[in-house]
Design a protein around this ligand. Structure first.
Ligand SMILES: [Fe+2]
Length: 193
């Protein structure tokens, strides 16, 4: 069901509820009823772009290239607005270091952009970045909805010993990481203000 349809149904449900005696608003367990609106998280914190952003990175959902070393990482999640509504077709640009902690500042290796789907879902396949001097492993992201302002931030890896020593690190930007087959799945939901 699309968001607009669901929204319309919810609105209709609330409107009907208001017309009923108070007691009718309580429904027995198991009866169909509208979902309670979930609490929405705070806006995703912004972070510095850093020195290695390159504009015009290509559209590609898989940044991994043949022969590239490093642990495979699939990142996925949703893009939401401040009311927890999905941001359809949001643009996500990603850039990162390779497994040795080296950025490609000449070409577009480990750089790319994708678009979220209609439900705000996004996904990109890459590798886990290595550490480079002065920083804990991280992945840079820019996220922009059709009507939102640009969010520039970075994502981090849980339990990395470098996190505590990194002055930019923010635990609110941790990927939810789990082992999936031969690689890792890292989930993150962006909330745009
Ligand atoms: Fe960086």
């Amino acid at each position: 069901m699309t968001y607009m349809k669901r929204r319309t149904l919810l609105t209709a449900g609330f409107a009907a509820g208001l017309l009923l005696p108070t007691g009718s608003l309580f429904v027995a367990a198991g009866q169909a009823r509208a979902e309670v609106t979930p609490a929405c998280g705070a806006a995703t914190p912004e972070q510095t772009e850093g020195p290695y952003f390159t504009p015009n990175a290509p559209l590609k959902t898989d940044l991994h290239e043949p022969g590239m070393k490093g642990e495979q990482l699939r990142m996925a999640g949703r893009v939401l607005d401040s009311h927890c509504r999905p941001v359809s077709r949001a643009l996500l640009e990603v850039w990162q270091a390779d497994a040795d902690g080296v950025y490609d500042n000449r070409g577009y290796r480990l750089r790319g952009h994708v678009f979220a789907d209609e439900a705000g879902g996004w996904m990109i396949d890459t590798i886990r970045p290595g550490r480079y001097p002065g920083r804990t492993p991280h992945i840079h992201v820019k996220v922009k909805g059709p009507t939102t302002r640009l969010l520039t931030t970075q994502l981090y890896f849980p339990n990395d010993p470098g996190n505590a020593r990194d002055g930019i690190y923010d635990p609110r930007l941790l990927l939810q990481l789990e082992q999936r087959g031969e690689g890792l799945l890292g989930r993150y939901d962006f909330v745009l203000s």
